[in-house]
Write a protein that binds this ligand. Sequence first.
Ligand code: ZN
Length: 314
Amino acid sequence: MSKELVSVSGSGFDFTERVFCPSCGSRSAHSLWSGRFSDPQVAAHLAEFHYSADVRAELGDQAFDLVACAACGLAYHRLIPAESALAQLYGRWIDAAQVARFETAHTLKRADPHFQGVQRLKTLMRLRHLTQGQREADAPLRLMDFGCGDGEMLAAAQVLGIEAIGIDISATRADAARGAGAVVLPDLSAFEAHGGGKVHAVVLSQVLEHVSEPLGLLRALARHLVPGGVLFVAVPDCSGLSVPRDFAAFHQLQPLEHLNAFTPRTLRETVMRAGFTPLRRPMASLDTQPFGVLRALASLIYQPATTDQFFRLA
Ligand SMILES: [Zn+2]
């Protein structure tokens, strides 16, 4: 029987199984949360993503299974959309209209634009500091933002005189970033065709949880970094989550988009497997109040484990 015949809707939204842990490669894992996309609670939560497709019809009663690796502890979805389905998900289900509907419904992005802007500038200032030894005197920082979305980090980089290139598979979101004057390419092969070369730093923010082969992506990015180059990774912190009890937890673990559920430890260990060593966060301060400067100084001593981490390529 061909794939078209077994597919529920004929749309070809196929799933594939990850037999090995995507971080350590172990075959041994136990289930944390499993079910079907047709389960009423799951279907209700998925409807809140406002995808630009008839999700119920295309997913049918497809099963999902969040598991924990017995060897390294990483939580990951064993059943994930196949490559062709991921292309549909990010090309057709998720478009500018869906992003706008989702953000209007959940107001995640509009929560505090000033705070988020300051955080982006501080991340870039830290990357500039950490790559001092990798750059010729006064040479500008050359940076790649992999998964740049609509280009907010690229715009912040421009403000600081950083030479930044964005990579994003989503055509509609890349168009928005280009509209703001940024160079955005669809993937790493396009980056190479565009002149490529090595960058001093890579930003990988809210990407690693979405990809089927996180270690493969990290190794590919390492090949585009100068020796001693710096990587900033940020993912949702899924510490303590297994069966989601509400929409916020469902969002963190949702089986279509968030294929890997990292904690500070499993994130650090996964990135280290690709040849990176963890770095302490350098101080960065953008404040008009003395207290903010004191808080930045205190953070030099007290750095709680988070899923926003800096690494250096060995
Ligand atoms: Zn593992």
